[in-house]
Design a protein around this ligand. Structure first.
Ligand SMILES: [Zn+2]
Length: 127
């Protein structure tokens, strides 16, 4: 049985640490801002990118399907930062292909990077 877990301030702080850790490594030119909310309330996390301002807004979901471990928090932070890393390519590619297609390819790349970095994921992660 799946029960929802309402994320805590402590989990949000840990997630924030991981976001800054991976942003410094993968997208050092961006200013990163965090919020304890997501546009889609069922998302574990999300990201919005302002290319012109070189600013990104990373949201941490209030509701997860499970209580996240630190490993899951880091993997989710890494996932969102990878979206920033690939953002320019995705914007360009969306001019020629439909968004569903580019999103599928983008996620295939991100999942590969996740697996290389953290090992195989036991859960499906589609944030
Ligand atoms: Zn994603």
């Amino acid at each position: 049985m799946v029960t929802d877990h309402y994320t805590t301030e402590k989990e949000y702080k840990k997630f924030t640490e991981y976001v800054f850790k991976w942003a410094a490594k993968l997208v050092p030119g961006y200013e990163v801002r965090l919020s304890f909310t997501t546009e889609d309330e069922d998302a574990r996390a999300d990201v919005e990118i302002d290319e012109l301002a070189k600013t990104v807004y990373v949201g941490f979901g209030r509701k997860w399907s499970n209580k996240p471990t630190n490993a899951e928090l880091e993997r989710t932070a890494f996932h969102e930062i990878c979206h920033i890393l690939l953002a320019e390519l995705v914007t360009f590619t969306n001019k020629f292909y439909n968004e569903e297609f580019t999103d599928a390819i983008e996620h295939r790349i991100i999942i590969t990077l996740e697996t290389l970095t953290f090992g195989q994921n036991k859960r499906i992660n589609n944030t």
